[in-house]
Design a protein around this ligand. Sequence first.
Ligand SMILES: [Zn+2]
Length: 472
Amino acid sequence: MHLPLRASRVRPRFVALLALAALACGSAGTASGARLARAEARPAGRGAEIALSGPGMREVKAKAFTLGRPARLIVDLTDTVLTPRAPRDLSLRLPGVTGVRLAQYRTAPDVTRLVFTLAAGAPPPSWRLAPGEGANETRLLLQPAGPVTLSPPVVEKQKQSWVVRIPGVGYLERRTGALDNPARVFLDFTNAEVPATSGRNISAGPIAQVRMGQQSPEGEQPVARVAIELRASQAFDEKVEGEDVVVSFTEVAGREKRSPGPRGSYDVPLPPEHTVPSLRGKHIVVDPGHGGGDPGTQWPTADGVVCESDLTLAIGLKLERLLKRAGAKVTLTRREGDPYVYPSERRDLTNRLGPDAFVAIHCNSVAASLKAEPPKSASGTEVYYTSEDSEPLAKAVLEEVAAELETRDRGVRHTTELAVVNHACCPAVLVEVGFITDKDDRARLTDEADQGRAAAAILRGLARFFAEEERE
Ligand SMILES: [Zn+2]
């Protein structure tokens, strides 16, 4: 008869829960008696590395295991003294890792312990040691766990709202946005892939359909999108609940006032001391022209190609920051890495939000056929508008920008041709800050300080416009 394996009988139950994995790394070696004097974290490829240096650190050995509640990856450096000079905390940019601490775990034998705290539900990164650059350096290389395959989202009805639950991805880096035509909210998850089968089609309450699709990768990491198509545009909330990402749609009677626009860093509070009275509480939609694969006008220079879409976003982000500091509420129609947003979508977003003003930012160019004739190169600032009530705003913005940047004042221009300003919901202007095709204008457009001055000038134009409006 066989006796049960002794180990399985005496092993305490909690060991199975806590020690999820145990690994050893490095060749069998001699005691190194290393002293860890410096530890420095830095990005490496799609992962990160920690350079560990000090006397004897080149030969250091390590072993690792994971612990639960809270989830941690433990890397023990054997025969290693943590010197007082070494840092006790490191900030590491690695998906699923929320922090790294260093401690002298024990003495005689000496063990220096690195504790990586993991986000809820995040698998531990894989790791290995590699020789460092100096004679006394070893690198701890960390790779995020392989791409996560999304589980099909689930729709739930809660008291006042409909909820789309995306299971197990709360720890992943994500970007959320909203688009029109059809109205939809999308969430892009980095280091994620869509499953081969997409599950059953969901259609309930305000939700017409939930789709998943692979987006273009971010660096080496795959990006998976969950798109929630809606029967009509409406506000949403998004949060991490346990290990899941939860998007909820509250059914509200009447006109929707809350912003379903770009989110993320958008809500960062700024100190109130620079409030501009006429801008306080005003909601401004700022539309950096082009983007999402549409570079706008491009101009080759010795340092590379200047793209209009980069310049408009740079000015737009600065304007957003300044406006918020002035006490206004700002919605940007696009941000870095957003997919292409059609002019009609920018207009529809604006009309849905019902802001107090809309400002599109563009850079001008002479027709490609004229590029060969620099002497004829046009230059200067001009501002387009459609509705009558936008004209004073166009004038105020033009005067401020042209004066601030010392560009040629080309006047305000009435047009019915531009989709973004050709709508009546609020005063709307399109600023052509300067000509990419003109050498002097281009120097201003590409200069960071001048971009800030352009943004400040647009802000002053808005402030003047609202101040004059209040006086009437
Ligand atoms: Zn443009």
